[in-house]
Write a protein that binds this ligand. Structure first.
Ligand code: PFF
Length: 472
């Protein structure tokens, strides 16, 4: 593929649909498919799910609209967009620091997100070869013991060479699309892969409806037991909502900067949040029937996708083909998100240093690969290296978990908190109102959420995230 200069940092989406698909592509990712079901599993099912939906509507959606609005107004890389809005509102230009923090977060998340992307590539390959070994009539991995199937995961993550190479491969694929610019690459990947993703997700879910334990799943995901709604469960739900909607990392600001003036951001934000939440719920309805039908427990953590599910695919007819299709689907979702994560720092490098897009992409991806390899090694040979282990929040954590916690519990909520304060209290009201596409009562409600609920809730999240003992 020739890397063309078809897009400078300032080319834009070719249509409203392209923007919506790209933004949904950014939002829908490993967070929906791996993290949401795992968090629901670890946090007691229905209570988590219903609280999560509330968080998306009352906290996530207002911040999503705030971010896209700042980007569309600024028409520049995220820090410049914050600066422009601050200047035009007579506020300190130091507010651009919020976006700079977001750019840093996106870079850090990109580095470890591609490690997980690499794991997904490994499973795509594993199931692909299993189709030839096992055939497609019975379950996957014929003649292989359960211990061996569940052992694929620990063996893979402790093999630093394999995971490092796959991290670089995943970043390389991401780079090819981002290097082609907004309309020539980033939008193309979303326009082709998102429909394919939806088709696979719906197809596998329907399979689960007929072959799997659907009623047990629905009961598990939607039975609300108030006593399960504890502090840590609520915290997990809010954090997940932010990660899932790609908020607090300047990602939606960056995508918003490529949107035309004629697009109603209030409506598009609603569509993006609805699609993202529907995919998270569908992921639950897709994964748990297969797990329950195999008689397995819906436990949390990465083991759900990388150990429990492969075991479940062993038990169901057509397991290797369904497993292959499943991990292809996860790979598509991960790629449209990693493209967004790479675009955020790339757009900043282009704006700040005036390098060409191709040079900027290569520089950012190179840095992310180095950090990514450290994350990849942290589940193997470097597992004893705890870079911030002297701080209680990061105690006992390797590079990957440290970066995940640093961004998820600190920089993302800080970014989102400051953004809601900026839009709610600092920026010029008329400027904001001319961009948000809302009218009447909805507008007033959004203002209330951005000015009051979001800052209060996000402050609480930050405090509890840093001092978990407060909720015990
Ligand atoms: N929202 C993505 C997911 O759920 O996997 C992760 C993500 C993508 C976060 C892009 C931030 C971002 F800018």
């Amino acid at each position: 593929m020739a890397l063309t200069q078809s897009g400078s940092a300032r080319d834009g989406w070719s249509s409203r649909t392209a923007f919506i698909l790209a933004a949904i592509g950014s939002a829908v990712g490993l967070g929906n498919l791996v993290r949401f079901p795992a968090e629901a599993g670890a946090n007691g099912g229905g209570a988590f799910v219903l609280f999560y939906i509330g968080c998306v509507i009352l906290i996530g959606l207002p911040v999503l609209l705030s971010e896209t609005l700042i980007g569309r107004h600024g028409q520049a890389a995220a820090p410049e967009s914050y600066r422009r809005m601050a200047e035009q509102s007579g506020a300190s230009t130091a507010w651009e620091g919020v976006a700079s923090l977001g750019v840093l977060s996106a870079f850090l998340i990109l580095s470890f997100y591609c490690v997980l992307g690499g794991w997904v590539l490994y499973y795509i390959g594993t199931f692909f070869f299993d189709i030839f070994n096992t055939g497609i009539s019975g379950g996957a991995f014929a003649g292989v013991s359960v211990e061996e199937v569940e052992g694929i995961f620990p063996a893979m993550i402790s093999n630093g060479l394999v995971t490092s190479i796959l991290t670089a491969v995943f970043l390389g694929i991401t780079m090819l699309f981002v290097a082609r610019g907004v309309s020539g690459g980033i939008e193309k990947v979303a326009v082709y892969l998102m429909p394919a993703f939806f088709a696979l997700l719906v197809g596998i879910t329907i399979y689960g409806m007929f072959g799997g334990a659907m009623s047990q799943t629905v009961e598990y995901l939607f039975t609300f037991e108030p006593e399960k709604l504890t502090g840590p469960v609520m915290l997990a739900a809010v954090g997940q909502a932010f990660f899932s909607l790609s908020l607090g990392v300047a990602g939606m600001v960056t995508y918003g900067a490529y949107v035309g003036r004629n697009v109603n951001l209030g409506v598009t934000s609603g569509i993006i949040a609805t699609a993202d939440t529907s995919v998270a719920l569908l992921a639950g309805l897709c994964i748990f029937p297969i797990v329950f039908a195999a008689g397995l427990a819906p436990n949390g953590g990465l083991g759900l996708m990388f150990q429990t599910l492969p075991h479940a695919f062993q038990e169901i007819p057509g397991g290797s083909l369904i497993g292959f299709a499943f991990f292809i689907m996860v790979g598509f979702a991960a790629l449209t998100s990693s493209v967004a994560l790479l675009e955020v720092p790339t757009a900043w490098v282009i704006d700040r240093f005036r390098f060409t897009r191709v040079v900027s992409v290569i520089m950012v991806a190179f840095g992310a690969t180095i950090l990514g390899v450290l994350s990849a090694l942290s589940t193997g040979v470097m597992s004893g290296f705890h870079p911030l282990g002297f701080l209680p929040l990061f105690e006992g954590m390797g590079v990957l978990d440290t970066l995940d916690t640093f961004t998820g519990k600190l920089t993302m909520p800080i970014g989102a908190l400051l953004t809601s304060i900026f839009v709610g209290w600092i920026a010029n009201k008329r400027l904001i109102d001319s961009e948000n596409g809302l009218g009447g009562a909805l507008h007033l409600f959004w203002r209330f959420l951005v000015c009051w609920l979001c800052p209060i809730a996000l402050t609480a999240i930050l405090i509890v995230g840093i001092f978990p003992s407060l909720t015990e």
